[in-house]
Design a binder for this molecule. Sequence first.
Ligand code: KIV
Length: 289
Amino acid sequence: MSTTFQLDTATSRANPTPAPMKRLTVPAIRRRKKDGATAEPIVMLTAYTARQAQLLDAHCDLLLVGDSLGQVIYGLPSSVPVTLEMMIAHGAAVVRGSYHAVVIVDMPFGTYEQSPQQAFENAARLLKETGCAGVKLEGGAAMAATVRFLNERGIPVMGHIGLTPQAVNVLGGYNARGRSDAEAQKIVSDARALDDAGAFSIVVEGVVEPIAIEATRAIGCPTIGIGGSAQCDGQVLVTEDMLGMFERVPRFVKRYADMAGLVSDAAARYAAEVRERSFPGVEQTYQPK
Ligand code: KIV
């Protein structure tokens, strides 16, 4: 059983850091799946900032600094333009804001595909400069040699198969994968190849349910579904999607809050008070000791 901790989230700053606790580890996540079954499903959410990490940490086994930050934080059209420097800055913030969950940072497009050596150099920077516990990279069998290379050199790797957003220009969009026999077989063989190469878990994104289940049953390491199946060994969502920050989200996303509504309502009330000059003055809010 994983333990959740109450974080002191009372400060508006990442420091003082809460008293150090023993973080969950990559091997502990990998061990959740025993003899093909995961008694306790793995909970993962994306996080990009220290404050977000503070709020999510107690509830999650893994915090993923996803390259979805390109669209979510930077308003980019896809994750393709995301840089290693962006991932390092946000990865370090998430590590500072958490002390329980395992923090995994995405390797952005163009920083790992060329060779295992290129991947090692950039993954090592992510570990050294953020303090994260491992990296995630997209791709199946074609990336297996790289996953093995990193793992054997001390860098835990989470795989990512099915709908791989960095390949949007090859895939032609963000549609679910695994509808044809050839695609379905490739997804399962990709999962096997990454598992054999030592991936400690694999994100299975946008995959038709029977194939997500087949891939989950075919491998020893846990699968983490997003638009896959509730039968995966864990689940991940983009936090802003499940908080209701965006009007348009993928069909599989369940919204657990209406943050967009709350933010625009608060901003409207603030703006009205400023314009009416009813905004509280310093003497009304400042309480000298
Ligand atoms: O970048 C990301 O946030 C991801 C998750 C959607 C799995 O890869």
